[in-house]
Design a protein around this ligand. Structure first.
Ligand code: SAM
Ligand code: SF4
Length: 329
């Protein structure tokens, strides 16, 4: 069986450790208008926010206190100077506050080489930029047809991340309208060829206030989208045995034990949400996002339980670089 084999491959290559990446949803302001995303620029029903510096630092301190080795700063895409400098400042502050012990992953979209360099020099180690869909034609159906949403630029940005020395990650959405099984198979081959160190992929979940919502009747039922996502995780673990693979929040949205199952059959990273509760309603990328009212301590207790149920061990105080990255030399 696929799942049993993937679980064996995982055990053999990366063992049963699970690494935490504390997720800070830094800002929902975005210049882009992706057809699938609830915080797209044209959704006027979203209260826009950006965390205060002190809130970011408090979240970083909490992560440090709880012995997380790593943080993810994620936000809508912005390339203006103010934003670029602010992120650089926050990276330096996080480094200072945690005595350089905290690894930081950024997930802030497509940026210039200068920006990637600046953020890298300021303390960012990893960068997550999903290709979303590796089929160019499908990508075009998911985005406005303009320079800001160009497939070629997305590919270039991924290459730039490698060039500028980041541990790079990518990923796709699974169960999108117009997406075929062949597309998903090709997504796996794309990810393998991109030779990334980490992958975050998960089911597409519709959001009423987005253009893609009108195709909701064409979507696979939720349980099928979940099953497809698990198959993708298992196949990716077999294809790339030594990378980090995240059990994503969207998996949990479609199945209460989704992340647990993903850990059993291939994933080894979980991103507990550290965003202050008052902002979480503002970061609804899709409907029914879980844990938006749950205090961090409660979430962490539940997570720890899930990890143990999956037969895994939480690795605290470790950066958790992927085996592939460590062996690149
Ligand atoms: N703005 C950055 C970017 O797009 O790369 C980072 C933040 S963005 C919210 C992070 C990820 O959310 C995207 O890469 C996309 O795959 C995912 N996402 C957005 N809308 C989604 C939806 N409706 N269902 C599932 N995932 C979604
Ligand atoms: Fe902005 Fe990212 Fe959402 Fe696209 S997916 S609209 S870039 S936050």
């Amino acid at each position: 069986m696929l799942y049993d084999y993937a679980a064996q491959v995982k055990q053999r290559h990366v063992g049963n450790k699970v690494y935490y990446r504390g997720l800070i949803e830094y800002s929902n302001r975005c210049v882009k208008n992706c057809f699938y995303c609830g915080v797209r620029r044209d959704n006027k029903n979203v209260d826009r926010y950006t965390l205060e510096d002190s809130e970011v630092i408090a979240a970083a301190r909490l992560a440090h206190k709880k012995q997380f080795g790593s943080l993810v700063l994620q936000s809508g895409e912005r390339c203006d100077n103010y934003f670029v400098e602010k992120v650089a400042f926050l990276l330096r502050e996080i480094k200072k506050e945690t005595g350089g012990e905290m690894h930081v992953t950024l997930s802030m979209g497509e940026q210039s080489r200068e920006t990637y360099d600046l953020w890298r020099e300021s303390g960012a180690h990893r960068y997550l930029l999903r290709i979303e869909a590796s089929n160019r034609k499908l990508y075009k159906k998911l985005h406005p047809y303009d320079d800001l949403h160009s497939f070629d630029k997305r590919i270039e940005a991924l290459e730039l991340l490698r060039d500028t020395g980041y541990q790079a990650g990518t990923g796709v959405m699974i169960g999108l309208p117009f997406q075929s099984l062949e597309d998903l198979a090709n997504d796996l081959l794309f990810i393998n060829k991109a030779d990334v160190d980490m992958v975050g992929m998960g089911p597409y979940i519709e959001h009423e206030a987005t253009p893609l919502f009108r195709y909701k009747d064409q979507l696979l039922p939720e349980e099928k989208r979940f099953e497809l996502s698990m198959k993708m995780v298992a196949l990716l673990r077999i294809l790339m045995p030594d990378i980090n693979i995240a059990a994503t929040t969207a998996m949990q949205t479609l199945h209460p034990r989704g992340r647990e199952f993903a850990l059993k059959i291939g994933a080894n990273v979980i991103m507990p949400n550290l965003t202050p509760l008052k902002y979480r309603e503002g970061y609804l990328l899709y409907e029914n996002k879980p844990n938006i009212h749950e205090e961090t301590d409660v979430s962490l207790e539940n997570l720890q339980h899930s990890i143990e149920q999956a037969g895994c061990v939480l690795a605290l105080g470790e950066w958790g670089d992927s085996k592939r990255f460590r062996e690149r030399g």
